[in-house]
Design a protein around this ligand. Structure first.
Ligand code: ZN
Length: 400
């Protein structure tokens, strides 16, 4: 396949030759061998496909009728609401997760990390459902699954055994939740999380809403344990709201520790909390990546699974106005997210996997500001979506 007259993110134009699922070569416009399928992009911008670094495929109500949001702030109140609400959702997890995956792909996302609830209420049922969906869509999207102890680690009896069972069943990472704020036992929870990660040879991604000095101390603890375990580059902390609410010297010390340990920070940039300052963390060498987090579920009625939208939300919140800053916001949902997730980096170069998204935009900065429809999405060189609609093949995916 030739994608002719493609505008490149770094500027200039090329004919992209796609073969064997890869970008085989970049030719000067008009010089590619015309044999095979040829799609004329007429100057549209070709970008690496997007990455959603944090979703909850088991929680989403996508595809089901909206349930009015139950009042109540804070992690505990939301968990209580969810325990009631999950029995009211009209569709099974498989149908909702599949519907959301089609939406992600239609928006140009071909790699994602989903946390999946593991607790005594649901056992491994949510994970088993999401594993079936992941398997069904394997050819279209790479999905990492985090065994997420939504009801706590030390305060939920049997949680460590459930997480171990989840890892044996196919989960890729060990999750965690507010060691101080939820379990009230930082050492206890982190001993278990890091112990399971070492035992199973898996990475870690911890939900950390704990704010201020407490949260910052937990971040440094996580970073130090990461170095001690030799897990640099395989640990992430999601939210890390503390980074948005600490004084400058504590911030500098914490950020430097995270950078040294190569602990990545995921931000969804919610309006309801202080958030990690993207530019200041980047300046200190911390890897940041972006995720949607809750999409139309008990935790949030918002979200659309569009990572160009997420990049724009992050850029606007942090007053990222220059083209360089907008390119950085875009990188949080592409190259930096690939790095954080430990996957091969996609890009517009010969030999890279042909996971690509095409938009009518003059530059990366324009794409973030305009969030144009995705005119074409390729997954390993196959057409996965056109005009922001998932291809027929994705509608027909059967879940075992
Ligand atoms: Zn989350």
């Amino acid at each position: 396949m030739i994608l002719a007259n493609a505008r490149l993110p770094e500027g200039g134009f090329a004919d992209l030759e796609i073969a064997g699922g890869l970008i085989a070569a970049l030719h000067a416009p008009g010089s590619a061998d015309p044999a095979g399928e040829r799609i004329d992009l007429a100057g549209a911008l070709v970008l690496p496909a997007l990455v959603d670094g944090h979703i909850h495929l088991d929680k989403t109500h996508w595809g089901a009728p909206r349930l009015p949001h139950v009042e109540g702030r804070g992690v505990r109140e939301r968990i209580a609401a969810e325990r009631v609400e999950r029995h009211r959702v009209a569709l099974p997890i498989e149908a909702r997760a599949a519907a959301l995956i089609r939406a992600l792909i239609a928006n140009g996302t071909t790699r994602a990390r989903s946390h999946v609830d593991i607790d005594n209420d649901v056992g491994l049922a949510n994970l088993e459902a999401v594993l079936r969906v992941r398997d069904a869509f394997r050819d279209w999207i790479d999905i990492q699954l985090v065994a997420f102890p939504q009801s706590g680690v030390t305060t939920e009896k049997g949680a460590p055994d459930l997480i171990a069972a989840a890892l044996s069943a196919g989960a890729d990472l060990v999750g965690g939740l507010d060691p101080a704020g939820f379990d009230g036992d930082v050492k206890g929870q982190l001993d278990i999380v890091f112990g399971l990660a070492e035992r199973f040879g898996k990475g870690i991604d911890i939900h950390l809403h704990d704010s201020g000095k407490t949260g910052a101390a937990e971040l440094r603890d996580i970073a130090e344990r990461t170095i001690a375990a030799g897990m640099q580059g395989r640990v992430a902390v999601s939210h890390a709201f503390a980074l948005g609410s600490i004084v400058p010297d504590v911030f500098a010390e914490t950020a430097d520790t995270l950078a040294r340990a190569e602990v990545a920070i995921m931000t969804s940039c919610p309006p309801s909390a202080p958030v990690p300052p993207v530019g200041r963390l980047r300046a200190r060498g911390v890897t940041l990546f972006a995720g949607s987090d809750n999409i139309r579920d008990c935790w949030s009625p918002y979200g659309n699974g569009d990572m160009l939208d997420r990049a724009a939300i992050i850029a606007e919140r942090h007053a990222m106005f220059t083209d360089r800053e907008l390119e950085h916001a875009f990188a949080l949902a592409t190259s930096e997210a690939d790095k954080a997730l430990g996957g091969p980096r996609r890009g517009l170069r010969a030999g890279a996997v042909a996971d690509l998204v095409v938009v009518a935009a003059a530059s990366v900065a324009d794409a973030v500001i305009d969030r144009p429809p995705r005119s074409l999405v390729l997954r390993a060189g196959r057409i996965a979506a056109e005009n922001s609609v998932a291809a027929a093949a994705l509608q027909e995916v059967a879940i075992a």
